[in-house]
Design a protein around this ligand. Structure first.
Ligand SMILES: [Zn+2]
Length: 190
């Protein structure tokens, strides 16, 4: 889980929600590593678990990951819980519960549905506090960033007039972009 937490920190440093995952083979070796890369890769399916499972399948030369363990810092969502079942992992170990989207006991329990032929063992709450702290710090920083952006927008709207001499109220979006890149602003008003 420590390794998965380090991968989660890597995701945060790239602007992605901090979730990290690893896959262990039956010998206890790490054969897959993944961090959430949805933002950096523009891929809605690049959750940490999926990235780690793909790498593990490649390393083992098979999509079947029998006797493997998926370790992830946050309770898997429906997609990742499904991916864990599909890859036949033996065990899922996760950190913090996800009350809003968790599919391994919180909102749903996708992996232990009795109708499924394969149901992984689940171990939950491992280093949960550290995982949850990473997430809450990330979202707090995101909110502060958003508030500063809104403040910046308000300042621009009440004070700015364009270099062309025209007021910009009808071009609010252009003005916001202008504040971040003055060249493009001048170009747009020529
Ligand atoms: Zn997921």
């Amino acid at each position: 889980m420590r390794e998965a937490l380090e991968l989660a920190k890597k995701a945060a440093s790239q602007g992605d929600v901090p979730v990290g995952a690893i896959v262990l083979n039956p010998a206890g070796e790490i054969v897959g590593r993944g961090s959430n890369t949805r933002e950096i890769d523009n891929d809605p399916m690049n959750h940490a678990e999926v990235v780690a499972l793909r790498q593990a399948a490649e390393a083992s030369g098979s999509w079947r990951l029998d006797d493997h363990t998926l370790v992830v810092t946050l309770e898997p969502c429906t997609m990742c819980a499904g991916a864990a079942v599909q890859s036949r992992v033996e065990r899922i170990v996760f950190g913090a519960f996800d009350d809003k989207a968790g599919a391994v006991g919180s909102l749903w329990d996708v992996v232990r549905d009795r109708r499924l032929p394969h149901r992984p063992e689940v171990v939950s709450g491992v280093l949960a506090d550290e995982s949850a702290l990473l997430l809450s710090e990330f979202f707090k920083a995101q909110r502060e960033h958003t508030i500063s952006d809104v403040f910046e927008l308000q300042v621009i709207l009440i004070s700015v007039s364009c270099p062309s001499g025209r007021r910009c109220n009808s071009r609010k979006v252009v003005c916001v972009q202008a504040h971040r890149g003055f060249k493009s602003h001048r170009y747009r008003h020529k």
